[in-house]
Design a binder for this molecule. Structure first.
Ligand code: GDP
Ligand code: IMO
Ligand code: MG
Length: 499
């Protein structure tokens, strides 16, 4: 009897395996094809159900999931928080690898609205370890405020949250210098968030930074602070006519933060590597976006960290060979906060319409986000520099009701047509975008959860974005809530990178 049950189970398991491999083969064949092909992808209909069931029953526990980097493909605020929250359910750890509290990632679910600045967006799942990696710059005051606020919202923050000893601190003088430097730049200002990000990274690269680990060693912390303040005070008094910073005041303040945070400060490098070696799945949550990256963005109108996929390795200590995929998050249109070139920006009523419908106001500074059409040059560049394996297109619903839509396919500058992102800031500032026009759709896409539900015009628009981006679409977001999402394929399943 027992051997009979085992025999049947083994047979069913083998069938599940075969079914799954067939499905995977089909999916891989469709890899970089247009979206209409995805309708025959086994996510819809009866075959999908059988496939899903077989996989869930027999392979669910055995199927390898990849370690995935989630990246913003534009200038930030693409909806990374929402997508990370969805994917976090199926991973063991979510790790931030760069940036600081300049980020604002919004997650909306049945329990309310959560805005994360430093804490990874996976914290809403009890079993998920959330890690701040060495590449992040941490303002402890801002971190404690965020922890307190989340705790009032019923979120548990205990052993499920750790910060790297190697992450650099943001000190009060970093914030003051950030703001003073912006003010002195006048019209050339970057439009930073004023969170001290640039000055803290500058200290890191100058090898005078103070790290989270130093909070655990008061003597070392005080010595470093004293040494730094000699230069800082000379600089702020002479150049910015600001008041001096007092060693004692900062020391006391930061020792208070140390007391509160010490149980969370660990060596995250070995912790995360051991998880990966033990076949656990890690999701790397990018902040900002590709075009705010200090190397590949619209320099100098960028942030001060590596927000592209390469940053996930240097910002965590997880080698590139252990990362299996890179998901690019891209809005169905474009936004930007702060100064800098934005070729497809709309300064007219159409832009205002996108801003109003998309509620495009910053979650960190409350500033209005500049809005414009989807830019294929920006997107294709993101595919290349991040080695994207797939895309999640967000905020499709915001385009509902637009009579016509435009997509930028290239830039014209001084008689030359650019298909790829120019490094020259002047070219980006003065270029004329070349557009392809699409008919809008009259039926709402808001809240759609299957591809079939989308109007034909929306499908055509998405298919074009996919082709132009040279990267397959895995997810489509049709509203701010967790449930308002179309999942064509899980980005966590390993696949070859896009072209
Ligand atoms: P992030 O910084 O990339 O995480 O993005 P933000 O959270 O700063 O900004 C994205 C905003 O759009 C948030 O307010 C989200 O709640 C919202 N959002 C995300 N996806 C969608 C979507 O598909 N439709 C709509 N209408 N809003 C969305
Ligand atoms: P998330 O993670 C949008 C922009 C600022 C400014 C430039 C430099 O929510 O997508 P900084 O304070 O970093 O020195 O400012 O970068 N910026 C963002 N824009 N979303 C963000 O984060 C951003 N973080 C920084 O507006 O133009
Ligand atoms: Mg944001």
């Amino acid at each position: 009897m027992v051997s009979c049950v085992f025999g049947v189970a083994a047979l069913l398991f083998a069938m599940g395996n075969v079914l799954c491999e067939m499905g995977r083969g089909l999916a891989e064949k469709n890899e970089s094809r247009a979206l209409d092909k995805l309708q025959s992808h086994p996510y819809h209909g009866l075959s999908a159900l059988a496939f899903g069931l077989a996989r869930a029953l027999f392979l669910g526990a055995f199927q390898a999931m990849g370690n995935l980097v989630v990246i913003g493909a534009q200038w930030g605020d693409e909806g990374k928080g929402k997508i990370v929250d969805i994917l976090a359910r199926d991973v063991d750890a979510v790790m931030r690898y760069q940036g600081g509290s300049n980020a604002g990632h919004t997650v909306i679910n049945d329990r309310g609205t959560f805005v994360f600045h430093l804490i990874p967006s996976g914290i809403l799942y009890r079993g998920t370890l959330c890690v701040i990696g060495n590449g992040v710059v941490v303002d402890p005051a801002s971190l404690i405020e965020e922890m307190d606020h989340l705790q009032t919202q019923g979120v548990k923050i205990g052993r499920n949250f750790v910060v790297s000893q190697r992450a650099h601190l943001i000190l009060p003088y970093h914030k003051a210098i950030d703001k003073a430097s912006e003010q002195s730049k006048g019209s050339r200002r970057i439009g930073t968030t004023g969170r001290g990000i640039g000055p803290s990274y500058a200290d890191k690269i100058s090898r005078i930074g103070i790290r989270m680990g130093d909070l655990l060693n008061p003597k070392a912390f005080r010595t470093k602070l004293e040494e730094n303040l000699v230069e800082v005070n000379w600089f702020v008094e002479k150049l910015y006519k600001m008041e001096r910073f007092e060693v004692d005041k900062i020391f006391q303040q930061y020792m208070g933060y140390a007391d509160r945070l010490k149980s969370h400060i660990v060596d995250t490098v070995m912790l995360v590597n051991k998880m990966i070696d033990g076949k656990k799945t890690v999701l790397f949550e990018g902040a900002q976006g590709t075009h705010l990256d200090v190397d590949f963005g619209t320099y100098p109108f960028v942030t001060s960290s590596s927000s592209t996929a390469g940053g996930a390795s240097t910002g965590t200590g997880v080698g590139p060979t252990k990362i299996d995929g890179v998901l690019g998050i891209v809005k169905a249109y474009t936004t930007r906060v702060g100064s800098g070139p934005f070729p497809t920006e709309l300064t007219d009523a159409v832009g205002e319409g996108l801003q109003a419908r998309g509620k495009e106001f910053g979650s960190t500074t409350g500033r209005a986000r500049r809005c414009g059409w989807f830019d294929g040059v920006v997107m294709r560049y993101a595919t290349k520099v991040n080695g994207l394996t797939s895309l999640a297109v967000t905020k499709l619903d915001v385009l509902d009701g637009c009579k016509e839509l435009k997509v930028c396919t290239g830039y014209r500058y001084q008689g030359k047509l650019y298909r790829d992102m120019p490094a020259d800031l002047q070219a980006l500032t003065d270029c004329e975008p070349v557009y392809k026009t699409f008919k809008g759709w009259s039926r709402a896409t808001t809240g759609a959860t299957t591809y079939k539900q989308l109007p034909a015009e929306a499908k055509r628009y998405l298919q074009y974005l996919e082709d132009l981006s040279e990267c397959p679409i895995d997810m489509i977001s049709t509203g701010s809530k967790r449930s308002e999402t179309i999942i064509l394929r899980s980005p966590l399943k390993t696949r070859p990178r896009a072209r």
